[in-house]
Design a protein around this ligand. Structure first.
Ligand code: ZN
Length: 279
């Protein structure tokens, strides 16, 4: 199932894609897509609906979840990205957080005030569907509701040159676009075999596959749950493949007017304009 939230003149409406690829309005079944919606019993109820019988809906996509409380992120989780950054392969997943709100897949990316090096990172995102504490890697996927495309937008100057830790460079407004859909895990046969890419102004910058992750989705969920209780609706961004702006020779970064498109196999794509900060 592909769940999303659609901007309409009457407000944001919950929606799902039917078998023919048509977007259907879920309003008569749920008021919104929330952390409660992504729990297993709720997802099962939605899966039993005959979507084709519901009214069609169209509009821009808002973020697919209305009440995200926490965005966890894994750093340097691809062998080929660690290589381009000249960083050693981590012994354990590097965990950090983004402290901003999520935005939708066509909302603008705003270059922050005082930014110098605003960069892109296409990433496979995970949505937690149930509470997870001290879970084993073999049980970890039971706690995953589904997947999505994310861009871990990063201001490298804030991240690297303004004192620790990374949260400063990861948390400006608009730095956590997600979507277009929450794709439930039953639709993705193998999360460790998805191609992914990111273009800037039509030029391919990132090409990768979740095959080259250092720590798998299951390993990440299990690992984070050793330290932190995960809850339904928590998001985890699982790291980026090579091709970020800071890894180019010479490095290059986003500027107002750029168009960023990010895509992951089976999950859809995001297309966003970069805009300047306005006081
Ligand atoms: Zn990242």
């Amino acid at each position: 199932m592909k769940l999303c939230r659609i901007k309409t003149p009457g407000g944001i409406k919950p929606a799902a894609v039917d078998q023919s690829g048509v977007l259907r309005n879920l309003s008569e079944h749920v008021a919104d897509i929330t952390s409660a919606t992504v729990m297993p019993d709720s997802l099962q109820k939605l899966a039993d609906i005959n979507l084709a019988a519901l009214p069609e809906i169209s509009g821009d996509h808002a973020a697919f979840l209305s009440d995200v409380r926490r965005i966890f992120c894994i750093g340097l989780n691809y062998y080929d990205h660690a290589d381009e950054m000249g960083m050693p392969i981590p012994d354990h997943p590097i965990l950090f957080m983004k402290a901003c709100e999520v935005t939708g897949p066509t909302d603008p990316i705003v270059i922050p005030k005082w930014a110098e090096k605003t960069d892109w990172e296409v990433e496979l995102g995970i949505v937690l569907g149930s509470r997870a504490l001290h879970v084993a890697e073999t049980d970890a996927m039971d706690h995953v509701a589904g997947y999505f495309v994310a861009n871990d937008v990063s201001e490298r100057h804030f991240q690297m040159e303004r004192g620790g830790q990374w949260v400063k460079g990861k948390s400006a407004d608009s730095f956590a676009p997600i979507g277009p859909y929450l794709v439930t895990k039953d639709e993705i046969a193998d999360p460790q075999n998805l191609s992914m890419s990111l273009d800037v102004n039509g030029k391919r910058m990132q090409t990768g596959s979740t095959k080259t992750m250092i720590f798998s989705v299951a390993h990440i969920v299990a690992h984070v749950s050793q330290f932190i209780t995960l809850h339904p609706g928590d998001l985890i961004l699982t790291g980026t493949p090579p091709g970020v702006g800071g890894g180019q020779k010479p490095p290059c970064f986003l500027k107002a007017g750029d168009i960023v498109t990010a895509e992951i196999e089976g999950l859809g794509d995001m297309r966003q304009e970069v805009v300047a900060y306005q006081d």
